[in-house]
Write a protein that binds this ligand. Structure first.
Ligand SMILES: NC(=O)c1ccc[n+]([C@@H]2O[C@H](COP(=O)([O-])OP(=O)(O)OC[C@H]3O[C@@H](n4cnc5c(N)ncnc54)[C@H](OP(=O)(O)O)[C@@H]3O)[C@@H](O)[C@H]2O)c1
Length: 309
């Protein structure tokens, strides 16, 4: 039975992915800042402290694969200078610690699949609006573009230890257990569908089951290597996403309300750029390898997530 080390495995993607990996017969070690008090069947926990450069080396040495998800939540807090540094450091320094551990010790890790984000691309241009951003595009110069560039760069040296590397430029993950969909659902409890800004900004999304299946696919397929956009084939506008969520949850019992950009700027500060930014991202590279989505359309994804729940 192969062992997968999952950094940040306690988070939204990590919990679902660990469940999928267990179902497929993998043994799991979650690398976390603090082991939970309770035991989870078939999952082992190991600790690290990235800022102090401490890591459970045995956990890394036991592993056949690494899935690197750890990072301070990009949308969890306002982007103060301190928080921005934490967002970058938690990703870059954790990657560097993994790389150093692999370079300094005998290991048998075959592949590493690391999270990255579609923040790499910045906002739409004329070409991306038509065919979507593809993986060879340069990183944007804004905060998230620079974060993704440093993040991907920091994990790349694992390849010098003979490890295949895959980088998942992940879109907006739709899940019932947190993340963006939970925020869209909050005003809908009161019958309000909150469309952000003008609502015509494109959001490139992916269903939680598909992002987890894509991690598994990347881990299992040796021909998969380098950066891949992890987004569904059908990006939609914020208005479409909001209204489709509202219709699926409430039929016709809701009122659409536009939340003006200046209000979002007041509430979110600089982070408002991210919800107002349009980013049409292409899934063509991962699809060309043979990957098939369970939820290629937003309607299918939301029906699965929201109906009868
Ligand atoms: N969800 C999305 O829509 C989305 C979109 C694009 C990219 N991504 C990326 O995919 C990865 C996983 O996403 P997710 O939604 O599962 O994230 P998440 O729920 O925020 O979980 C991330 C995990 O990282 C660890 N972590 C948090 N702060 C840390 C810090 N300062 N230093 C070291 N570790 C820290 C935590 O694990 P412990 O507490 O156990 O240490 C946490 O459970 C993230 O890197 C995220 O940026 C996600």
């Amino acid at each position: 039975m192969a062992t997968v080390l999952v950094t940040g495995g306690t988070g939204l993607i990590g919990r679902h992915l660990s469940h999928l990996l267990l179902q497929k017969g993998y043994s799991i070690i979650i690398l976390t800042r603090k082991k939970p008090g309770h035991a989870t069947p078939n999952i082992t926990y190991a600790e690290w402290d990235v800022s102090r450069g401490l890591i459970d080396k045995d956990a890394v040495m036991k592993s056949d694969y690494i899935i690197h998800l750890a990072g301070a939540g990009v949308a969890d807090e306002r982007w103060s200078a301190k928080r921005k540094q934490e967002i970058v450091d938690s990703r870059v320094k954790s990657s560097e610690l993994l790389v150093k551990t692999l370079q300094e010790n005998q290991h048998h890790v075959k592949a590493t699949v690391s999270a990255s984000g579609i923040g790499w691309y910045g906002g739409d241009n004329d070409a991306s609006r038509v065919k979507g951003f593809t993986e060879e595009a340069e990183p944007d110069k804004d905060f998230l573009g620079e974060t993704c560039r440093l993040w991907e760069q920091s994990i790349e040296p694992v390849q010098s230890s003979g490890i295949r590397l895959v980088k998942m430029r992940t879109g907006l993950v739709l899940s019932n257990d947190g993340g963006a969909l939970a925020e869209f659902k909050k005003p809908l409890k009161f019958g309000i569908a909150g469309i952000l800004g003008g609502g015509d900004q494109v959001m490139s999304w992916i269903h939680i089951d598909d992002i987890c299946r894509m991690y598994l696919y990347a881990l299992q397929n040796e021909q998969v290597s380098g950066a891949y956009n992890a987004v569904a084939p059908t990006p939609v506008t914020n208005k479409e996403l909001t209204l489709q969520t509202a219709r699926t949850m409430r039929g016709k019992r809701f009122i659409p309300i536009y939340v003006p950009s200046f209000v979002l700027k007041l509430i979110l500060g600089e982070m408002s750029i991210e919800v107002l930014k349009s980013a049409t991202v292409s899934d063509s590279k991962i699809r060309a390898t043979g990957f098939r989505f369970l939820y290629p359309s937003l309607e299918a994804a939301l029906n699965e997530l929201l109906r009868n729940k």
